[in-house]
Design a protein around this ligand. Structure first.
Ligand SMILES: [Zn+2]
Length: 347
């Protein structure tokens, strides 16, 4: 359905850059936001004067996406630090900016603004970085998995029950994708996929949004392996996952979150062996400790990701939970000497 659309200008530039080197994606937002030590008034904007115009009485502490509207300078500063740490591609802070995820905070009405502004803030941060060093950088509009799954029942006594339908998801993602493109996203990144059916709704919505805007944007699709058998929550191996999303002709396919680089490696190698497109990996900073925190340092993470690069497994690398600008800078330095993976040609 997007096959006839002209490629966006950023698409060609990204292809050129990816043919020359391993590209760098940014790291975690959550860790950086946590360090700001924000309270309820900071989240709602009452402390900064950027009060969200979408009124709700629901508590907002923990609604990190809302900071796009209520703490725009702080969010822009985090994006800027990742850009200056070496990120070529920086993600919007919109992981939960769908009506489905924002329903938890009674802020469904804010979703359009979150996505448009979320993309604009990254663009501003990247333009500032580029003004300093002349390097081009791209905005990846991030679409998270939502907190509901379309293929598994959350009720053990009612296996046929679903908390969300494919069409609910498609509509929510369509609104998100339209907002991200309107705000200037160069790429659409569907990430942390634990349920491939949710991801398929997101893919369909992204394609619809591209049709509306008359351009084909690069699509990045990133699954997450959640158990020791090497499967997604909805039960797919990396190979099965690839064949489920291949029709979308994604610019990259890959893995993020759940595992550190070490544990991700065999699953990434499997995906790299079957996917005839670019491969992207952004693991967590190791596995969480007993307090749910990540304590793998920048050099450790970078050394393991350099191993992915040395073995020709990757085209784009970055960090997920627990990673910081220091991790991204160490990763960028560690992979610089290696060539990007060659995309295999299959019939
Ligand atoms: Zn993560």
């Amino acid at each position: 359905m997007t096959g006839k659309l002209p490629l966006s200008p950023a698409f060609a530039a990204l292809n050129r850059a990816a043919s020359e080197r391993i590209l760098i994606l940014d790291g975690a937002m959550g860790t950086q936001i946590q360090q700001l030590g924000l309270d309820e008034d900071d989240y709602t904007g009452h402390a900064s004067g950027h009060v969200c115009r979408h009124h709700t009485d629901h508590p907002q502490k923990g609604n990190n996406d809302l900071l796009i509207l209520t703490q725009p300078e702080a969010v822009e500063d985090i994006h800027y630090r990742y850009a200056m740490a070496g990120a070529d591609i920086v993600e919007t802070n919109t992981f939960s900016s769908t009506t489905i995820a924002q329903a938890d905070y009674a802020l469904e009405n804010a979703v359009h603004d979150l996505n448009v502004e979320g993309a604009r803030i990254v663009r501003r941060a990247l333009d500032r970085a580029t003004a300093k060093d002349g390097r081009p950088r791209w905005v990846a509009g991030a679409l998270g998995p939502t907190n509901r799954t379309a293929s598994i029942s959350p009720d053990v006594n009612n296996p046929g029950y679903r908390a969300v339908t494919f069409d609910d998801l498609r509509q929510a993602y369509l609104q998100q994708a339209n907002g991200l493109i309107e705000g200037g996203a160069d790429i659409l990144l569907i990430e942390t996929i634990f349920d491939t059916l949710n991801a398929k709704a997101a893919i369909f919505a992204c394609m619809q949004a591209m049709e509306t805007h008359g351009q084909r944007l690069p699509l990045m699709i990133s699954g997450t392996i959640t158990d020791a058998s090497g499967r997604t929550l909805s039960g797919q191996t990396p190979t099965a996952f690839w064949h489920s999303v291949r029709h979308a002709q994604p610019w990259t396919v890959g893995l993020n979150c759940a595992l550190g680089a070490e544990a991700m490696r065999p699953h990434l190698a499997e995906l790299s062996g079957v996917a005839d497109t670019l491969i992207c990996a952004y693991p967590n900073a190791g596995l969480p400790n007993a307090f749910g925190q990540y304590d793998e340092g920048p050099d450790d993470t970078a050394r393991q990701i350099a191993g992915f690069a040395r073995d020709g497994l990757v085209n784009v690398v970055g960090g997920c939970c627990g990673t910081t600008p220091e991790h991204i800078s160490a990763i960028a330095e560690a992979v610089a000497e290696f060539s990007p993976r060659k995309v295999p040609e299959y019939a």
